[in-house]
Design a protein around this ligand. Structure first.
Ligand SMILES: Nc1nc2c(c(=O)[nH]1)N[C@H]1C(S)=C(S)[C@@H](COP(=O)(O)OP(=O)(O)OC[C@H]3O[C@@H](n4cnc5c(=O)[nH]c(N)nc54)[C@H](O)[C@@H]3O)O[C@H]1N2
Ligand SMILES: Nc1nc2c(c(=O)[nH]1)N[C@H]1C(S)=C(S)[C@@H](COP(=O)(O)OP(=O)(O)OC[C@H]3O[C@@H](n4cnc5c(=O)[nH]c(N)nc54)[C@H](O)[C@@H]3O)O[C@H]1N2
Ligand SMILES: [Mo]
Length: 754
């Protein structure tokens, strides 16, 4: 690893820095000339959907929509680098295991199916047919279909996701954990109880009409940079933008649009946040409760809306009014004056949107917090009106679509009924394993085959050491993937890598180019058409892989696997009959820009059990009381694990976290300077970080403390390096999302905590 450098970043987000980094990334991947042309096709009506994030595309744009991190995602896929079979012949898997994730990513695209040969410790080429036969044999040999786990990451298209869940269910299990379990599961669980659906209620146009935006716990400058354009336009209109984030994130402060020549020349940029609040990590339930209390006591309610559309108002009122301000302030880390300011701004607004990301979902009380945020919206009738609503910011580009297509370990009974009717079979009804339960099932030996449709289960999950051990115990691990990652190196007794086409690549089936569809964070469904030649002639599409694997595994199946794999219109025809909202799918999706799913709350229809929107509230005490208090003499900090500017989840693109002023290394931990002084730590002396949990301690060694603008008692470091500290059994209530943003840790000089 190169040397760690810390500097103070004073520039706005975006601007020349973003342009320079974009060009460098194309050059680094050896595709400078081709890459520029390719990007012109990204997020266009007739191009491919950017594999970067799930932020929607504006309807009217002059040239093209791209962002620095979108460029990195596209460049990483379109790279000219290849991992050839020669490379695997030269290096053992044990040798590969000694190298870090950055190294694995840098090797480039996989080109052929590979099989792990235990005798030589090498991956060796295998034909597609033999690979499918091998997987089929393993699956058929299981005592029960529930011994198999079918994981999905969120880049998988709607078509592939639909086939994949159909295959798993015909095989006989709902063991379909996905990256959502670690991401927006609390949103998907909490929102339906409140308003009937687990998706955002706004469209991009609503941002043009909002006068107040409340942004909770996400970092657009890095993780959904195209949102900065939306925020900039809102800021320029005079919209009030309130940010709640323990860290001062550059992208939430000032932004220069790299596609705007005038802004680039002046380079001062637009101020994004009109108000920036730095709460304690995990203080958001108290913040939302505080806003509710302000509106109830001193503000104006939308009484008509509350009377006509909601239930549970009195219980929220009682809880909010009876929670002392002092408790709300201590718990949130914000002052009384700040609450008066926030409350007044929110109350005065005519149309408000609340957005949230991983800073809200990866906590023990994530579901309750999301429901309290929805309460705040309901008090002012801020759902089902122009410029207002709830806006969870999804992560992977099709993570929302995958869930819509049935990738879920707890499928709704009516979804299964429709699937059963369409395909004339009886899908399993019992719930399957989510991510956490999959890991314990592997540990217990109840699951033996792990199949990953994309993603990097070995490193994205908590408690790395346990997960690696569990994966090593599998009889077979299989990964459909574009690039090499840790999950292929930490493998089962047998292991197979199935290399697939990426979204930027032309997908020909039966002589015809195929398009796939995705659903963005705001429920727009549109087609994505690959533009470039595949990285290798041996690659198959995800849909083709599933169709052929299904044929090999389920010889008695009456489903038209081959026909569906050969023409995705046929998959879409099936989807249109199974998934509500997708009627006439093929006609509607072939229109430029696709279509928007009809979301009942937008027209104030509530598909909840009560038929109303529900205020759901818990006393603040219930949230704070069951907090784990480690018994240790050392000072305890609350650690959040976050993304740097140069990574896509577990994929490390580089070692530059530009906006936070860190480069050259990733073993850093951000801490308030006064806390560092109090502990007597110097920035140049490495530390070990120990996490404390009911089941014991976990240690991450040799980290460097970086003084940072973060509340005292709170610290931050990078995912996935710090996943070793996240205990498997520490997760969001009911949603089971690992508490990656709230880990109790202590510090000691490196080498002293054994
Ligand atoms: N370039 C790039 N784009 C990505 C990704 C990527 O890794 N790289 N990942 C994709 C995925 S899967 C996802 S889910 C999204 C993730 O996008 P984000 O939700 O932005 O994810 P994180 O980097 O984890 O950042 C969480 C933010 O929440 C703040 N935060 C942490 N804890 C708290 C808290 O308790 N309260 C509050 N109010 N704030 C808190 C952190 O300071 C940080 O700014 O991005 C997607 N897009
Ligand atoms: N500590 C901590 N842990 C976290 C988080 C956190 O904030 N903190 N965030 C969580 C979140 S929000 C998420 S979503 C998960 C992410 O978990 P995953 O989705 O499992 O992980 P990724 O790193 O996104 O997966 C990247 C891999 O996907 C493969 N890939 C890329 N493109 C394609 C494609 O087109 N097709 C196929 N088949 N494969 C492809 C490549 O092999 C690449 O290495 O991690 C979670 N884990
Ligand atoms: Mo995510």
């Amino acid at each position: 690893m190169s040397e760690l450098k810390i500097h103070h970043y004073k520039q706005p987000a975006g601007g020349w820095g973003a342009l320079r980094a974009s060009m460098q990334s194309l050059q680094h991947q050896g595709i400078l000339a081709e890459g520029t042309t390719l990007l012109l096709k990204s997020n266009q009506a007739e191009g491919f959907d950017c594999p970067g994030c799930a932020w929607p595309d504006p309807d009217a744009h002059s040239t093209f929509e791209f962002c620095e991190n979108g460029v990195k995602a596209v460049a990483a896929e379109a790279t000219s680098k290849r991992v050839t079979t020669d490379f695997f012949a030269q290096h053992t898997v044990s040798w590969l295991a000694e190298h870090d994730d950055y190294y694995l990513e840098e090797l480039g695209r996989l080109t052929e199916p590979m099989f792990y040969d235990a005798a030589t410790d090498h991956y060796v080429p295998i034909s597609w047919e033999a690979a499918f036969q091998r997987v089929a044999q393993h699956l058929q040999a299981l005592k029960s279909p529930h011994e198999a786990i079918f994981y999905t990451s969120g880049r998988t298209s709607n078509e592939a996701a639909f086939l994949y869940q159909l295959f798993a269910r015909e095989f006989g299990t709902n063991n379909m954990p996905d990256c959502s379990n670690m991401c927006h599961e609390p949103t998907s669980l909490g929102m339906p109880e409140s308003i009937g659906i687990g998706k955002g209620t706004v469209t991009l146009e609503d941002f043009d009409h909002a006068d107040t935006l409340l942004l909770f716990g996400h970092n657009p400058g890095t993780n959904h940079p195209r949102m900065l354009g939306t925020l900039r336009d809102a800021a320029k209109r005079g919209c009030r933008i309130l940010v709640f984030n323990p860290l001062r994130e550059r992208g939430l402060q000032r932004f220069v649009n790299p596609q705007d020549a005038r802004e680039m020349l002046i380079n001062h940029g637009t101020e994004i946040a009109t108000h920036y609040y730095q709460p304690r990590i995990g203080g958001d339930y108290a913040i939302a409760l505080g806003i509710a209390r302000y509106v109830l006591e001193q503000g104006t309610l939308d009484q008509d809306f509350i009377d006509t559309h909601t239930q549970g108002f009195e219980s929220l009122k009682e809880i909010a009014i009876n929670t002392p301000w002092a408790d709300i302030e201590v718990e949130s880390g914000l002052t009384h004056a700040e609450f008066m300011e926030i409350g007044k701004i929110y109350d005065e607004g005519k149309a408000g949107i609340i957005t949230w990301g991983m800073g809200i979902t990866q906590h023990k009380h994530a579901v309750a917090t999301i429901q309290m945020l929805v309460n705040v919206l309901l008090l002012k009738g801020n759902i089902g009106k122009e410029g207002a609503g709830a806006c969870p910011i999804r992560g992977h580009s099709n993570v929302q679509g995958d869930r819509t297509m049935g990738i879920w370990e707890r499928p709704a009974p009516d979804f299964l009924d429709r699937l059963a009717k369409e395909f004339d079979f009886e899908p399993p009804r019992e719930h399957g394993y989510d991510v956490i339960r999959s890991i314990t099932a592997l540990e217990e030996g109840c699951a033996k085959v792990f199949f990953g449709m994309g993603g990097n289960f070995a490193n994205a999950t908590p408690d790395t050491a346990r997960v690696h051990k569990a994966l090593r115990g599998c009889a077979l691990t299989v990964h459909v993937t574009t690039k090499l990652n840790r999950s292929h190196i930490v493998h089962g007794k047998e292991a197979i890598i199935l290399p697939c086409l990426g979204r930027t690549e032309i997908d020909i089936q039966n002589g015809q180019p195929q398009g796939v569809t995705v659903e963005d964070s705001m429920s727009m469904v549109h087609i994505s058409q690959g533009m470039r030649a595949p990285a290798s002639p041996h690659l198959k599409s995800e849909s083709a892989i599933i169709a052929e694997l299904a044929e090999a595994t389920l010889p008695q199946s009456k489903m038209p696997w081959r026909e569906m794999g050969a023409d995705y219109d046929r998959i879409r025809d099936r989807i249109s009959r199974v998934v509500p909202g997708f009627e006439d799918f093929n006609d509607r999706v072939h229109k430029p820009r696709g279509f928007h799913l009809d979301l009942p709350p937008r027209s104030r229809r509530w598909t909840t059990a009560s038929g109303k929107a529900n205020f759901i509230a818990q006393a603040l005490k219930a949230i704070t009381e069951d907090r784990f208090q480690p018994q240790t003499a050392a000072r305890i900090f609350n650690l959040m694990t976050i993304r740097s500017h140069d990574q896509y989840n577990t994929t490390i693109y580089g070692l530059e976290d530009r906006y936070r002023g860190v480069s050259g290394a990733r073993n850093v931990c951000f801490m308030h300077a006064a806390d560092m002084a109090e502990l007597g730590f110097q920035p140049d002396r490495p530390v070990d970080i120990t996490s404390h949990w009911r089941d014991g301690e976990r240690v991450a060694r040799n980290f460097v403390l970086v003084p940072y603008d973060i509340p005292r008692g709170c610290v931050a470091g990078y995912y996935p390096e710090l996943n070793v500290l996240v205990p498997l059994s520490s997760h969001a209530d009911r949603a089971n999302t690992p508490t990656s943003k709230s880990i109790q840790v202590t510090f000691a000089a490196a080498g002293q905590c054994d």
